[in-house]
Design a protein around this ligand. Structure first.
Ligand code: PGA
Length: 248
């Protein structure tokens, strides 16, 4: 049985002091040992959030990192900086980073390899635009994102990874994909992993759904056989996140 992983993606929200307040509020609400609970937070919030989350079940993640170990890359954050600060997970290739910061499947792949090298668990995002869905190329597009993203990743590494399926048209729009749409694509992603690796890897990898997940939609989404949790934006900043984590 795959353990569910429910992650908040704070995006560019919460100053360090607001972050500590939010963790203090959410700590008792997200206390569910059956689920891996991850707060993916802005870089400047990492250290105070790790500190505030001590003694709780909250694991802390980053929203991005660079694919080099160190050097002249002004403004970037290295994987060793993350691990040294107590980070376990890192979101890679979120659609907002692809759209606004020119991330490509190739840079996502480099970051994936670097994350594994440092013992970080990547949450690799993929997902189609509305136009692609209407053109009927959703699965072709996502298969390409997954295949390039996982290039040279070993089966042993892939087994520990998390993939977040986030249809771009459902992010921050209040439009959740239907349960059937979400399950269908997550199942397709698992089949793609089985093709690239093998059945055992496909069975082990965790696949989240993301895109306007809320306390109402979470129970049905997370009950699907191929949906192993969620990546939650807006609702992760509210007490509602506690209900999402305790979706059963
Ligand atoms: P949303 O964001 O829940 O606000 O739609 C999800 C995400 O972008 O990870």
């Amino acid at each position: 049985m795959r353990k569910k992983v429910i992650a908040g993606n704070w995006k560019m929200n919460m100053t360090p002091s607001e972050a500590v307040e939010l963790v203090d509020t959410l700590k008792p609400l997200v206390d569910n040992p059956e689920v891996d609970v991850v707060f993916c937070v802005p870089a400047i919030d990492i250290i105070p959030v790790v500190e505030a989350a001590k003694g709780s079940n909250i694991q802390v993640g980053a929203e991005n990192m660079y694919f080099e170990d160190k050097g002249a890359y002004t403004g970037e954050i290295s994987p060793a900086m993350l691990t040294d600060a107590g980070i376990k997970y890192v979101v890679l290739g979120h659609s907002e980073r692809r759209e606004y910061f020119a991330e490509t499947d190739e840079t996502v792949n480099k970051k994936m390899l670097k994350a594994f090298e440092h013992g970080l668990t990547p949450i690799m995002c993929c997902g189609e635009t509305l136009e692609q869905r209407e053109q009927g190329v959703t699965m072709d597009f996502i298969r390409q994102q997954v295949k390039i993203g996982f290039q040279n990743v070993t089966a042993e590494q892939a087994k520990t990874a998390v993939i977040a399926y986030e249809p771009i048209w459902a992010i921050g729009t209040g439009k959740t994909a239907t349960t059937e749409q979400a399950q269908e694509v997550c199942k397709g992603i698992r089949a793609c992993i089985a093709e690239v690796y093998d059945e055992a890897t496909a069975e082990a990898i965790r696949i989240q759904y993301g895109g306007s997940v809320n306390a109402e939609t979470a129970p049905e989404l997370f009950a699907q056989p191929d949906i192993d949790g969620g990546l939650v934006g807006g609702a992760s900043l509210k007490p509602d996140f506690g209900k999402i984590v305790n979706y059963k």
